[in-house]
Design a protein around this ligand. Sequence first.
Ligand SMILES: Nc1nc2c(ncn2[C@@H]2O[C@H](COP(=O)(O)OP(=O)(O)OP(=O)(O)O)[C@@H](O)[C@H]2O)c(=O)[nH]1
Ligand SMILES: [Mg+2]
Ligand SMILES: [Zn+2]
Length: 295
Amino acid sequence: MRQGRIIKSISGFYDVIDNENDKLIRTRARGNFRKRGIKPIVGDMVSYEDGGDLGYILELLPRTNSLVRPPIANVNQAIVVTSAIEPKFSSNLLDKILINIEHNDIQPLIYLTKSDLISDNEYQDLKKILSGYNEADYVVFDDQDSYNNEQLLALENHFADKVTVFTGQSGAGKSTLLNHINPELNIATAAISQTLNRGKHTTRQVSLFEISGGLVADTPGFSSLDLIDIDKEELPKLFPEFVKYSPECKFRGCMHVNEPGCKVKEMVEENVIMKSRYDNYLYFLNEINSYKKRY
Ligand SMILES: Nc1nc2c(ncn2[C@@H]2O[C@H](COP(=O)(O)OP(=O)(O)OP(=O)(O)O)[C@@H](O)[C@H]2O)c(=O)[nH]1
Ligand SMILES: [Mg+2]
Ligand SMILES: [Zn+2]
């Protein structure tokens, strides 16, 4: 019995990389998986039997996390590809993406694209906003020349021994960024007018590529995002800079809304915590409350 990781799934077959010898083996799942309601997904660690031509997956090992759209398991970090324009930068959407990632215990990094399509002044404004994210402890890649070699290498340095997904709005440049990192991947990209107008995405399939000692997945983009599984009480814990100051709030379990002696609100007033992040927090809190009423 051997162990490995699924890096690709195509019509009932799973390509597994062996943990010890890095060999790639095509497998099928054991017949009783379906009866037991088990569906292997890309990223799953498995025990399997190497049957020569075709191997068999015997068991799935426990997942540390799993994403639904796209289905992928055991993800360590996410590169949040964020375009300056087309689609236009939105701090609300960026924060929503970030908290969804934090909710899954995944480390988000922010990567800005398409700065060549905005003016220098607009770029400076955006850079200022992104430096706030840097201060909130996020790694940010925001060079004006989005795909310059130095920045690409700096990004690749984060890949070793991790599973990394590229995520973000449709048309933001996820596949383009991956192609710059490794032109051999040759992933299909499309002008935004095509993807958005037809309501479909350029990237559909998920598979993990070996890059710089780690595994990396492109994912299909989205145009909007829900906060369906996030509880009200969890929300403040998904903002790292709130977590940092909340021990100094007067009340334990402070939601940083109307409570007196709230350190988070004080830090917002002192411009230590970004006002936009705090406003988005209140907005999401409202959104979560409105889900509660509907269901
Ligand atoms: N001018 C400019 N165009 C870019 C940049 N990055 C990506 N593009 C273009 O934007 C379009 C969309 O890029 P993709 O890489 O397909 O976007 P994606 O995020 O993979 O989109 P989905 O797969 O639909 O989620 C393509 O036409 C790219 O050539 C950039 O930095 N500057
Ligand atoms: Mg794509
Ligand atoms: Zn507080």
